[in-house]
Design a protein around this ligand. Structure first.
Ligand code: IPD
Ligand code: CA
Ligand code: CA
Length: 268
């Protein structure tokens, strides 16, 4: 089944790559710098059709086309969680990375994840209990401590208040590692952590579709995913995400991210 899902992700990648030079029909969604294009919608429609052929009993949750809520009963049986283009702003600017992400949950917990980066032709995948892979090669998260790692963050661009607090945490982390980078794709960040390139990734608020696939890939690569308080994710909807490599999880040296989240909540 995973090969069929990978094939669907690759086909989605072809649709995305063919978009360059075409009219993207860019629309603004709720909040700041939150865009959707014709291709986000097209790819989600394509994947819904294709994945239904693979698993006819599955339900669907996706960022676009009004399918973004985790509904009662979604924690029973199969549920595909799709982000057709993760990194839409990058896509609009023709700036790598942007990826197609397909998570598959079984009875409310991640079962499989596929993340495909079409520009670099990188296919990341995992099935629970079977390890994580990049283009067919087994991957592992890094064993390095925070002080020897590059970290990845999201900017919380949806609100200037959240952005400022996110920047304060970023500054604290920056002082303790080789540097903090921002790629613009949550799923890609998780795969970079799973493959040992980055020590971790943190963002104050993500949708389930932003981490459903990459979260399993990271866990299967030996990394750890929690919310900012260090609690396990519910896998039911939006959450803060703190994803770290094996090395940083063992060391426990990441700053108290929960304190920053509390400050944002108090200001909201
Ligand atoms: C966004 C990207 C970005 C993250 C945002 C997400 P989208 O997803 O993953 O890296 O910082 O929080 O919303 O909108 O490009 O699918
Ligand atoms: Ca996304
Ligand atoms: Ca998206």
């Amino acid at each position: 089944m995973i090969e069929k899902i990978e094939r669907a992700a690759r086909e989605a990648g072809s649709i995305i790559l063919a978009a360059h030079g075409e009219d993207l029909h860019i629309e603004n969604k709720e909040g700041r710098a939150n865009f959707v294009t014709l291709y986000d919608k097209k790819v989600q429609d394509f994947l819904t059709t294709r994945l239904k052929e693979i698993l006819p009993d599955a339900k669907f949750l996706g960022e676009e086309n009004g399918m973004d809520a985790f509904l009662p009963g979604d924690d029973e049986g199969w549920l595909f969680v799709i982000d057709p283009i993760d990194g839409t702003t990058n896509f609009i600017h023709n700036l790598h990375p942007y990826v197609t992400s397909i998570g598959l949950m079984k009875d409310g917990v991640p079962y499989a994840g596929v993340v495909y980066a079409p520009v670099t032709d990188q296919m990341f995948c995992a099935v629970r209990g079977q390890g994580a892979y990049e283009n067919g090669r087994r991957i592992h998260s890094s064993g390095a401590p925070l002080s020897d790692s590059v970290m990845l963050s999201g900017s919380a661009g949806f609100s200037m208040q959240a952005y400022q607090i996110a920047q304060e945490l970023t500054r604290e982390v920056q002082g303790r590692c080789h540097g903090v980078r921002s790629t613009g794709s949550a799923e890609y960040n998780l795969c970079m952590t799973a493959s040992g390139r980055s020590g971790g990734y943190f963002e104050m608020r993500l949708g389930l579709w932003d981490f459903a696939a990459g979260g399993l890939i990271l866990e299967e690569a030996g990394g750890r995913m929690t919310d900012y308080y260090g609690k396990p994710l519910s896998w039911r909807g939006p959450s803060s995400v703190l994803a770290v490599s094996e090395g940083i999880a063992r060391e426990g040296a990441f700053p108290d991210a929960g304190a920053y989240l509390d400050r944002w909540k108090a200001k909201e």
